[in-house]
Design a protein around this ligand. Structure first.
Ligand code: NAD
Length: 416
């Protein structure tokens, strides 16, 4: 199986490398290489025109030794069981690296949300919960938003679950709107967590980030907040951003707020005043201090990695760098903050949301930010210490931290 186009083969290849380095026993190696539980279902949904469409959907639990499964639900036309397996696996490592008491899960529906009306989306969300719901719950598996799903979809899903159960269960799903049990600070948590670890990377690498440059591939939820917070919190200057329709570039710097508003009003980035068009490929090769890949998998690969000039890559997207590209970046001294550390802010605040739901007591935003900073900073330094000690890639160091923690929990439970 080629690792180039298969995210799960890539997740397994990364795990095999760390397993060999940690000399894991064969049984624990085999256990952690595959998800423990997978569901594939077909969902009939009534469309607005009276027809019925059938959607293929998945939910995967990779490992629950450290706690209930946790992971988003993606709605994407190119979704596959292997993408969901890979992302569930990365969730296990992600919850372990930030040391929260949860396991790894992920869900997906093959669909193009851009072609669905709001009422069709609501029926699809409810159909997913009617079938997958019995396997969910705060002690089993807790979904959240991911690519092309949002707080409104989470609210419909929670509501459907509560109708089925006949009682309130706000903690069954996170990333909800605040009036129905969401947490302050969840909206920008992934990007904010990424900015905290970039700040720490700047410190250990001796780079003063103020007035240095950044580029963002994928100007969606994570990417837009990274641009805003990167400029507000670290003084980084945005010089390029792109989305699925293409990108914009200005070496003088781009006004982030105005670009966010431009995307809101036009639906894209094209023709933003004072910028030139730039392709997604060229954006990745710009000479910037910080590059935020914030779109989909495999964007930095064996073909373009040698041309990447960024000093720091903060992988807000899941799986944006292939293993071949990782080697090239390491040799070229590009400091890569790996996805499951860089984008762990989202799941960390999701965990805070679950905790607040359980207590039925809600924290102010400052409290959420402070606790997130503590978790991300502690996680960054746990990984960085191993990176220095073992002279390995940051990704390997992060895997070593996570896999050791998960393997220990499996052993303590007597699973292996
Ligand atoms: P999103 O749908 O809000 O944004 C994705 C953006 O990527 C969109 O602007 C889209 O136009 C753009 N895009 C798609 N294909 C592209 C391409 N080929 N080149 C450039 N841009 C392209 O999704 P999001 O929530 O921001 O998630 C982005 C990534 O971050 C995903 O990999 C996701 O798994 C990861 N992530 C997100 C969160 C979160 O809380 N939002 C948490 C953890 C990880």
């Amino acid at each position: 199986m080629s690792t180039k186009h298969n995210a799960f083969a890539m997740a397994q290849a990364q795990f095999d490398e760390v397993s060999a380095r940690l000399k894991l026993e064969p049984a624990i190696h085999e256990l952690l290489r595959w998800p423990m539980h997978e569901i594939a279902v077909r969902l009939p949904v009534k469309m607005d025109d009276g027809s019925t469409r059938i959607f293929q959907a998945f939910r995967v639990k990779h490992n629950t030794s450290r706690g209930p499964a946790k992971g988003g639900i993606r709605w994407h036309p190119d979704e596959t069981i292997d993408t969901v397996r890979a992302l569930a696996t990365w969730m296990t490592w992600k919850t372990a690296v930030v040391d929260i008491p949860l396991g790894g899960g992920k869900g997906g529906v093959i669909c193009n949300p851009k072609e669905l009306s709001e009422t069709e989306k609501e029926r699809l969300a409810r159909a997913y919960i009617r079938v997958i719901g019995p396997t969910l719950g705060v002690t089993k598996d807790v979904p959240a938003p991911d690519v092309y799903t949002n707080p409104q979809i989470m609210a419909w899903m929670m509501d459907e679950y509560e109708v089925i159960m006949g009682e309130r269960h706000p903690g069954v799903i996170t990333g909800k709107p605040i009036p129905v049990g969401g947490s302050q600070g969840r909206g920008d948590a992934t990007a904010r967590g990424g900015i905290f670890v970039v700040r720490e990377a700047g410190k250990v690498l001796g780079i003063d980030l103020k007035n240095k440059t950044m580029a963002i591939q994928g100007f969606g939820n994570a990417g837009q907040f990274a641009a805003t917070l990167g400029s507000e919190m670290l003084g980084l200057k945005l010089i390029a951003a792109s989305d699925s329709r293409g990108g914009v570039y200005s070496e003088k710097g781009i006004d982030v707020k105005a670009l966010v508003n431009h995307k809101l009003s036009t639906g894209g980035l094209a023709d933003f005043p004072g910028t030139k068009a730039i392709s997604n490929e060229d954006l990745l090769e710009l000479d910037v201090t910080v590059l935020f890949p914030s779109a989909l998998e495999n964007s930095i690969n064996a073909d373009n990695a040698k041309n990447v000039k960024a000093k720091i890559i903060c992988e807000l997207a899941n799986g944006p760098t292939t293993p071949e590209a990782d080697e090239i970046l390491f040799k070229n001294n590009v400091f890569v903050i790996p996805d499951f550390l860089a984008n762990a802010g989202g799941v960390t605040v999701s965990y805070f949301e679950q905790v607040q739901n359980s207590y039925n007591f809600y924290w102010p935003c400052d409290e959420v930010h402070k606790r997130l900073d503590e978790k991300m900073t502690t996680a960054f330094h746990a990984v960085y210490d191993l990176y220095v000690k073992h002279k390995v890639k940051m990704r390997m160091a992060a895997y070593m931290v996570s896999v050791m923690r998960v393997a220990e929990a499996c052993k303590l439970r007597g699973w292996v």
